[in-house]
Write a protein that binds this ligand. Structure first.
Ligand code: ADP
Length: 191
């Protein structure tokens, strides 16, 4: 199996690159943000809970997020592999993912990290907010909170994969196809 963690701050381009990677490598795309948004749209209990955190730019609690992710992985028993997009966002989530994959006799192949500086992120997110309808992309304070949460809680997840020799950083500024090619090079080298 090819299991990729696509990592990076909000607005780094994870969703865009995931779409291209799943087409090329026939992987199942699991975006925790997309799953939460689908639950909000469907007015589920999980959606209501997630919304109360997302609207403030905070992380949804680990326990809830991990349980949801596990159930999504379990729904795809015959997958070629997964792209985890927006997960893990804490070290506890990373540790839980390792345990889950181990129980399925597989593991993370590599972490691809899109590196983009903060000023560019703020610009991209506000631009996306204009037509995405995402409330968390329309408020500069919520955007800043998400960037701060990334720096404080999510960024340490890099160390988790660096220690396993799986961390690969990529410059996330440039042409979409150029960045995609760089990601593919790293995947080919790790396969
Ligand atoms: P972005 O990467 O642009 O911030 P996402 O769609 O990945 O957007 O996430 C939107 C929001 O969903 C996050 O700000 C957070 O509140 C919640 N969320 C997504 N993934 C996770 C996760 N793994 N753990 C906790 N909260 C999450």
């Amino acid at each position: 199996m090819l299991n990729i963690v696509l990592f990076g701050p909000p607005g780094a381009g994870k969703g865009t690159q995931s779409e291209k990677l799943i087409t090329k490598y026939h992987l199942v795309h699991l975006s925790t943000g997309d799953i939460f948004r689908a639950n909000i749209k469907g007015a589920t209990e999980l959606g209501t809970l997630a919304k109360s955190y997302m609207d403030k730019g905070q992380l949804v609690p680990d326990e809830v997020t991990i349980r949801m992710l596990e159930s999504e992985v379990n729904k795809n028993p015959s997958a070629n592999g997964f792209i985890f997009d927006g997960f893990p966002r804490t070290k506890a989530q990373a540790a839980a993912l390792d345990v889950l994959l181990k129980s399925k006799s597989t593991s993370i192949t590599l972490m691809l990290a899109l590196e983009v500086e903060e000023a560019e992120l703020r610009k991209r997110l506000l631009l996306r907010g204009k037509d995405s309808g995402r409330p968390d992309d329309q408020n500069p304070e919520v955007i800043q909170k998400r960037i701060d949460v990334y720096n404080n809680e999510t960024s340490p997840v890099k160390d988790f994969y660096t220690e396993q020799g799986k961390y690969k950083g990529i410059n996330g500024i440039g042409e979409i196809n150029e960045i995609f090619n760089l990601l593919c090079e790293k995947i080919e080298a790790a396969k």
